[in-house]
Ligand binder design. Structure first.
Ligand code: HMG
Ligand code: MG
Length: 309
């Protein structure tokens, strides 16, 4: 590598952070041109080889809703599921869970909305009705001994409804934990969060009894705030951060959502802070450069661009 970051620690931060890589799912779901399944499988393998221990690989949603991930079964058949400790997939409903169980998956994620409009647009359900759909999934997943993540989308703002109250987000988050989710992921689906808002939401959640170990953060980088928001979450004790290799991504059902926080940008910051990630940054940058060639778009990650030249 050209140059690793100089290391200076900040007191009070964790010594280790778990990166939850979402590139193959959140990163690719918005790509209009279908990526061949072999390329997707290579992408997952390369991410794992670069040291990422949790890689969210695909979604078992209706193929009409997300055509890019219609090959979920084929992708799983192509992959060796033992290469990474955790390979979660998105499952919205009973049908999605059946598909995941048929393929022997051990880690699943449901995805709830904090707002009425996004529940309708993303799940074809009302805000209230989404819970009945997820309750059935989570209870059966747990009976099968699966690990279950619960996403909450639109935690910091919604493109149709505008502001989203912290109380509303905390209410949805608690309902997912009460259902039996092992981990929450707080989604800034459209990338509008700023550090004070992140701190206020986490404070409120923790004040209600949720522990920092149960919470992950999921920032999209539309307004360039994702790294600052991640550091804010770290300072409050969160140790699982979602990101996408190269900064790929966006949600097809959320206006103005761009890519996730880029994994390379996150790793550069964490390594500069002396925080262990297990990730080989050079191998990861090479993976994102390769993936960018496959989809014919330059990577948006600043660190990839700085190191790849
Ligand atoms: P629906 O149309 O209401 O489904 O969609 P339904 O239950 O009425 O069923 C209609 C038909 O679909 C039936 O088939 C079902 O079998 C079939 P028919 O009897 O008519 O032949 N069906 C399915 N087929 C395959 N797999 C399934 C499935 N479910 C039903 N799982 C549904 C409801 C939830 C399925 C739909 O709205 C959907 O697939 N939504 C997914 C949207 C999505 O994937 N969005 C992106 C992920 S969320 C995100 O990116 C945000 C996140 O990153 C966090 C953040 O950034 O905030 C996680
Ligand atoms: Mg997302």
């Amino acid at each position: 590598m050209k140059r690793p970051p100089h290391v200076e620690q900040i007191g009070g931060l964790p010594s280790k952070v778990s990166i939850y890589e979402v590139g193959p799912r959140d990163g690719l779901q918005n790509e209009a041109a279908i990526v061949p399944v072999e390329i997707k499988a290579d992408f997952v393998r390369r991410l794992v080889s670069a040291g990422l221990r949790t890689v969210e690989v695909t979604s078992f949603v209706h193929p009409r809703w997300v055509p890019q991930l219609a090959d979920a079964e084929q992708l799983i058949d192509t992959l060796d599921l033992s290469i990474a400790p955790r390979m979660p997939v998105l499952v919205p409903n009973a049908r999605g869970l059946d598909r995941a169980l048929d393929k022997g998956l051990r880690d699943v994620a449901i995805f709830a909305s904090a707002t009425e409009t996004f529940a309708q647009r993303n799940l074809n359900r009302s805000l209230d009705d989404q819970f009945a759909m997820f309750e059935a999934v989570v209870s059966r997943a747990r009976e099968h001994g699966l690990w279950v993540r619960g996403y909450v989308s639109m935690c910091f703002g919604d493109p149709w409804e505008g502001d989203v109250s912290i109380a509303q987000v905390v209410n949805v988050a608690k309902r997912l934990l009460d259902m039996g989710c092992d981990e929450l992921s707080l989604g800034d689906t459209i990338g509008v969060a700023t550090p004070g808002h992140v701190e206020a939401l986490l404070h409120e959640l923790f004040a209600g009894g949720t522990s920092s170990g149960q919470v992950a953060v999921h920032f999209h980088d539309t307004y360039g705030q994702a790294l600052a928001n991640a550091l804010t979450a770290l300072r409050l004790g969160v140790t699982t951060i979602d990101s996408s290799a190269g900064g790929l991504g966006g949600c097809p059902y959320a206006e103005s959502a761009t890519g996730n926080l880029a994994t390379e940008d996150l790793v550069w910051q964490l390594h500069g802070l002396g925080i262990e990630t297990g990730v080989d940054l050079e191998a990861l940058v090479a993976t994102s450069v390769w993936m960018a060639e496959q989809i014919g778009k330059p990577p948006v990650s600043r660190v990839v661009n700085a190191l790849a030249g």
